[in-house]
Design a protein around this ligand. Sequence first.
Ligand SMILES: NC(=O)c1ccc[n+]([C@@H]2O[C@H](COP(=O)([O-])OP(=O)(O)OC[C@H]3O[C@@H](n4cnc5c(N)ncnc54)[C@H](OP(=O)(O)O)[C@@H]3O)[C@@H](O)[C@H]2O)c1
Length: 275
Amino acid sequence: MSSKRVAVVTGANKGVGFGVVRALCKQFDGDVILTARDVDRGQQAVTDLNQEGLRPRFHQLDITDTDSVDALATFLKDNYGGLDFLVNNAAIAYKAKSPASFSEQALESVRCNFTGTLSVTRALTPLLRPHARVVIVSSEASKRAVDKCSSERQAQFRDPSLTMEGLQSLMAEFVQDTAAGTHEQRGWPNTAYGVSKIGETVMAFILTRELAADSREDIIVNACCPGHVDTDMSSHLGPLTIDQGADTPVFLALLPPGAETPKGQFCRLKKAEDW
Ligand SMILES: NC(=O)c1ccc[n+]([C@@H]2O[C@H](COP(=O)([O-])OP(=O)(O)OC[C@H]3O[C@@H](n4cnc5c(N)ncnc54)[C@H](OP(=O)(O)O)[C@@H]3O)[C@@H](O)[C@H]2O)c1
């Protein structure tokens, strides 16, 4: 087993995640694990980076599949005995013209973006070494969505004593309320992606509170928005390149030992913002 430092990036076969792997390969003196749910797409991405002279390793990871998540955790434990950087980037977003019902979009967006990200983070947190960094690539859409929630819902998400179980219950309530067609009267906005991203942003705040009591020193968790990036998700409407989109997640992943800030915050353009 190697004690070499190691970084994991989820959903990295394309888009912002691919940009994050490329930047980490250049800036981080350790192994970078490019993960993708589809083996062929992931291996093709590694081949593309090899052609740039970069040497990421590949591991399959579907964040919605607990066997796949467990297999990655075992691989890291057996090969590295720990983890130094985790960039939770994988996510889905339905297109405006999608024929899927709103309740299906809510179910699947929460299942992948919130529950999947939480599952990976829960499985890999025991492996985090002192000074590890966890980045949750959320979105400015989380802020817009929380601002559109009723004042009661906003207070629930911003409650400093909210636990992860409490957050999971709120996400489950959103999914149930969309199935019952009552989500608007129950204080939710009309955005499945936005609410799933509220879950991801608040997850970073709660993980920070949990880790404050952890014996491992200086583990920092932040959520961020990569900006509006030219990717499949944005239908290539974003003005930023994937390398520019990677800037903020990579900045947060490489925060130096002992960094005081940002810590447990939502960041955009490398700066913490009120959320
Ligand atoms: N682009 C923007 O303007 C923008 C703005 C704000 C926030 N973001 C956030 O930035 C992150 C990256 O977005 P992007 O624009 O780069 O999107 P993208 O080009 O659609 O890439 C998304 C990546 O996530 C992967 N993925 C989806 N579901 C997965 C699962 N269950 N398990 C593992 N991987 C999965 C995709 O794999 P497949 O190729 O197999 O589908 C793909 O590699 C997301 O969290 C997104 O919400 C993007």
